[in-house]
Design a protein around this ligand. Structure first.
Ligand SMILES: C[S@@+](CC[C@H](N)C(=O)[O-])C[C@H]1O[C@@H](n2cnc3c(N)ncnc32)[C@H](O)[C@@H]1O
Length: 271
């Protein structure tokens, strides 16, 4: 897939993403801003109260309604499960006869998620596995639904991610993905910035290419169920956002100038 970003070695890029999200996992100050960030992208008060403290890191870009459609007894995989926010919400939906597998490559995220699972007793339903979403540690045709919240944009190999999603789903299984796409290429300063990459913007693909990748992996009925502006959901008052923009030498006005190019999509498709 041609991303608007210049190609780089996939493993090196994954290492940078892992380092960046290790810092996020260990940043206790971020927790103070996380609930507000989650409200901005649509999580309800009831959902925020239903997950253990520390599971929400405020790093998603949507997904609450996807989780609402999960049914009791289903097996669900969460790609890039972070500290476990959506995996825990999914566990409440699928109930004691269901199963949720969160997959993440960052040890600090997995440690948080597993601790949260133990604290809540949800570890009977939810399990967190270490792995890359490009090579899922999950059996063929064993899953009913795949959810993912603001993660696939971070993968330098999006085709592999969707092929893996297809492999592990049962026939008729579905994906419900929140992710960031671009309507047009972004300025060089943004594309060259690791901050922008970690912030889920720099690695995002053009919308048409992204949706085509899903279809090429074999999925049918690829639909965008909802969408919104990703940048409008960001708070420019958050210190990490301000600092990243300073490093990119981009003003708030300039960022707002390309806000319409960065969209957060909620995508549905069936195997
Ligand atoms: C933006 S955070 C989202 C976390 C979670 N989905 C949420 O909404 O809170 C991205 C997460 O994806 C993980 N991640 C990024 N690229 C990955 C990859 N290629 N394989 C596995 N995990 C990955 C990171 O470690 C991080 O925990």
């Amino acid at each position: 897939m041609t991303s608007t970003r210049r190609p780089q070695d996939a493993d090196q890029l994954r290492d940078k993403v892992r380092e960046g999200y290790t810092r996020v996992a260990l940043d206790d100050e971020a927790l103070g801003r996380a609930d507000e960030a989650a409200r901005r992208i649509g999580y309800s008060e009831a959902q925020l109260e239903a997950v253990p403290d520390g599971a929400n890191l405020g790093v998603g870009c949507g997904n609450p309604t996807a989780i609402d459609t999960l049914r009791p007894g289903e097996t669900v995989v969460d790609l890039g499960s972070g500290a476990g926010m959506d995996a825990f919400l999914a566990a409440r939906q699928v109930g004691p006869n269901g199963r949720v597998i969160g997959v993440d490559m960052t040890d600090a995220m997995l440690a948080k998620a597993r601790e949260n699972a133990r604290k809540t007793g949800l570890d009977a339903i939810v399990e967190f596995r270490k792995g890359n979403i490009e090579a899922l540690p999950v059996e063929d045709e064993s899953v009913d639904a795949i959810v993912s919240n603001c993660v696939i944009n971070l993968s330098p190999e999006k085709e592999r991610v969707y092929r893996e999603a297809y492999r592990v789903l049962r026939p008729g299984g579905r994906i419900m993905i929140s992710d960031v796409v671009l309507e047009r290429p972004l300025p060089e300063a943004v594309l060259d910035s690791i901050d922008a990459y970690l912030g889920c913007v720099g690695g995002a693909s053009l919308r048409g290419e992204y949706l085509e990748t899903i279809a090429k992996a074999g999925f049918r009925d690829v639909k965008v169920l909802r969408e919104g502006s990703f940048i409008d959901a960001i708070s420019f008052d958050d210190p990490p956002v301000r600092e990243a923009m300073e490093r990119m030498q981009i003003t708030v006005e300039e960022a707002r100038g390309f806000a319409d190019a960065v969209r957060s999509l909620h995508i549905f498709a069936v195997k």
